[in-house]
Design a protein around this ligand. Structure first.
Ligand code: ZN
Length: 287
């Protein structure tokens, strides 16, 4: 009998649940909006309950989430801006309701795992995955292994030098104008709302500039062989091309590698698995 697993992509705006074991073998899948922890987790549990044959569940969660297996709050969402989700232990709820082994990591790490196994990070031992959605997250595989340090990386909250024409205050509750504060989907939404002079073009120029600087910082600090850049904001037409240009501009020929200098289009890539990277990665976490 084939080994089926469950995957939960627990996102800040929506959840995706699936049963299967590879991109070609998904037996059942659903997605729904993230509402209150109680209602959302009830929908999750009700989805998995009839699937008696699954042997484990993986969760790729929005965060920050406690990933220390020795901690008494292992599996708990901690300082999230989503206040009613603070101190919710989604690992415990899933495990106790379904009586099944459950493993958890960040949503970005899950998506990165899936891209590493089946997608645009395949056969690379050193890769960074960045997602620009409502928030900004990043994960890295170095020497073939996901980075887990004290907790997990929070690349989205790095400080970025501002464009001198940018007066936007920023939306991060903790740092105001960190990368997420300046360039997340939430920031763009607020910028567009505040912008009465119709300078949408400038907003997207800032966006590509900040993401380009962030990526060049990551290249300088971790020397990845590839960068996968995903998330809803990247659906904006032409943005990924502009980010590539801004990355080169920020590096200014300093990291003189062919992969970057002459082939940046294959160096910074969108996720091959598209929107399914998160839930497929969650399935990998279940293994
Ligand atoms: Zn921040």
């Amino acid at each position: 009998m084939e080994n089926l697993l469950g995957g939960i992509e627990a996102g800040g705006t929506h959840f995706v649940c699936a049963v299967g074991n590879s991109p070609e073998n998904i037996k059942d899948q659903t997605s729904f909006l993230t509402t209150t922890p109680r209602k959302t987790m009830e929908t999750v549990i009700n989805f998995f309950r009839p699937h008696k044959n699954i042997t484990g569940i993986g969760i790729g969660s929005f965060g920050p989430v406690d990933l220390d297996k020795n901690s008494s709050t292992y599996g708990m969402i901690t300082t999230t801006p989503k206040k009613d989700w603070r101190n919710v232990n989604i690992l415990e709820i899933t495990k106790s309701s379904l009586d099944i082994p459950v493993n958890i990591d960040t949503d970005v790490n899950a998506a990165l795992l899936a891209e590493h196994k089946w997608g645009n990070a395949k056969n690379k031992d050193n890769v960074i995955y960045i997602t620009v959605g409502t928030g900004i997250g990043g994960g890295a595989i170095l020497n073939g292994k996901l980075i887990h340090g004290l907790s997990h990386p929070e690349m989205g909250h790095m400080k970025i030098p501002r464009n001198s024409n940018d007066n936007f205050e920023g939306v991060c509750e903790y740092h105001r104008d960190c990368l997420e504060g300046l360039a997340s989907g939430k920031a763009i939404e607020k910028r567009l709302k505040e912008n009465i002079t119709n300078h949408d073009k400038t907003i997207w120029e800032f966006e590509s500039q900040y993401l380009g600087i962030a990526i060049s910082n990551l290249i300088l600090s971790m020397s990845p062989q590839r960068i996968v850049l995903g998330g809803g904001v990247l659906n904006h037409e032409g943005l990924i091309d502009d980010v590539r240009i801004q990355t080169l501009k920020s590096l200014n020929n300093y990291v003189y590698m062919d992969e970057i200098i002459s082939d940046i289009d294959s160096y910074i890539l969108p996720p091959y698995l598209g929107d399914n990277a998160g839930v497929l990665g969650a399935i990998l976490l279940a293994k």
